[in-house]
Design a protein around this ligand. Structure first.
Ligand SMILES: Cc1ncc(COP(=O)(O)O)c(C=O)c1O
Length: 407
């Protein structure tokens, strides 16, 4: 008998932990829209504007100068230094020894999880939440428990006591994303203080996803024109740089660089050698010319980011006003990020609703259930586009409701 005559083993499959990951429901809605000629997409978390010219020019110049080689695992020294200055200006003294450059925020989240959690570890996450944060620890075999934000008269709120009770001494890591995708909820300074004290007491790691820290509207107008407009409250404002706090950030949102895949981590210096190994075995480094563009973004991009925040705030207010006028819609202006997360007739089955809206009227929004069971009953709309497009989208939503007799 030759080797090829041996029986073929059963169907090859991925590990159980990988097979159990939830597929993206946003993708499922997008697939339902295939073949629909004219879809208005508000389902993904990115602006419809291209990256600013000064950043693209920096990348072109770096490429022309031959920046095509591998770099240090933790990033090129000038970018780490530029990021250290940027973080210091916003959140207090931070040296390059505490900065690692990553291949965007999602890679930073994976690296942070790989640093501190393993199979069987208990992780707590505040939800509703962008699914990647909840799924990443599961790839490593960790168990993820969720603490749900509540929705009421004042929008989305955290039950602090409930979160502290969930942070039992055997918990390895807390995942908090503030400003939050999808709700726009922002954790208050007092809540951060209480959570940090509790996690210190029990030795729990805090992984803070602060990729939307600049997209914070409470102070945007008051601070326009200052060197740095304020950010949302950050764990970096309270924590020392050498405790169990890992802060994840990205170039995607504040400088419109989603496709570039560039981000960073602020973490204890004692982690950096091990983090360097993980970067080596995941991606080895972020692309050299992209890192050069990152220097331009943090050093020359402050005015751009402040203007962007004002534009986004105007778009948010425009969309909230337009949606509020639609009967049956309950919407509140969230303090951060770039989404409104609202309820409307039919949203109790949000996946079916969103598929029907894209099929029937070409309106592309994300179902609340994509952000965990706690998001069911809501729909997420990314408002990072011009107001004419927002109006066209609201017109389609009205048409859909009229066709279904709910309006
Ligand atoms: C909460 C949150 N964290 C992290 C990311 C990662 O973004 P990127 O990988 O583009 O940096 C996103 C992207 O939408 C997000 O919503």
């Amino acid at each position: 008998m030759s080797e090829t005559d041996l029986p073929v083993p059963s169907v090859p499959n991925a590990r159980d932990a990988v097979r159990a990951l939830r597929p993206s429901q946003i993708r499922e809605v997008a697939n339902a829209g295939f073949g629909v000629a004219d879809v208005l997409p508000f389902w993904f978390g990115e602006s419809d504007r291209v990256t600013p010219t000064f950043i693209r020019d920096a990348a072109s110049a770096a490429l022309a100068a031959g920046a095509t080689f591998y770099t240090h695992n933790l990033g090129i020294a000038p970018l780490r230094a530029a990021l250290a200055d940027y973080v210091s200006a916003l959140h207090g003294t931070t040296s390059s020894d505490h900065i690692a450059v990553t291949s965007a925020g999602v890679n930073a989240l994976m690296l942070a999880a790989q640093l501190v959690v393993g199979a069987g570890d208990r992780v707590v996450a505040v939800t509703p939440l962008w699914p990647n944060l909840v799924e990443i620890p599961k790839i490593l075999g960790a168990h993820v428990e969720t603490v749900a934000l509540g929705y009421g008269e004042h929008g989305w709120q955290l039950d602090l006591e409930q979160l502290l009770a969930a942070l039992t001494p055997d918990t390895k890591m807390l995942l908090v994303n503030s400003p939050n995708n999808p709700t726009g909820w922002v954790m208050s300074r007092e809540e951060q203080r209480a959570v940090l004290a509790h996690c210190r007491r029990h030795g729990i790691w805090i992984v803070a996803d602060e990729v939307y820290e600049r997209l914070y509207y409470a102070h945007a107008e008051a601070d326009a024109g200052s060197t740095h407009s304020r950010t949302a409250p950050s764990f970096l404002d309270l924590a020392t740089r050498d405790e169990r706090v890992i802060c994840v950030n990205s170039f995607s949102k504040a400088w419109l660089m989603t496709g570039w895949r560039l981000g960073w981590i602020v973490a204890p210096a004692s982690l950096m050698d091990d983090l360097g190994k993980l970067v080596e075995y995941n991606t080895s480094c972020a692309p050299a010319f992209v890192q050069q563009a990152g220097i331009a973004a943090v050093q020359q991009g402050e005015r751009f980011t402040q203007d962007l925040v004002l534009d986004l705030k105007a778009s948010r207010d425009h969309l909230v006003r337009a949606l509020s006028a639609v009967p049956g819609v309950d919407v509140k202006a969230p303090p951060g990020a770039m989404y409104v997360f609202f309820s409307m007739p039919g949203a109790a089955r949000s996946l079916e609703l969103c598929k029907a809206m894209v099929r029937e009227v070409g309106l592309g929004v994300a179902p609340g259930s994509a952000f965990g069971p706690q998001g069911e009953g809501f729909v997420r709309w990314c408002y990072a586009c011009d107001t004419a497009r927002l109006d066209a989208g609201v017109g389609r939503l009205r048409r859909f409701l009229a066709q279904h007799g709910t309006h």
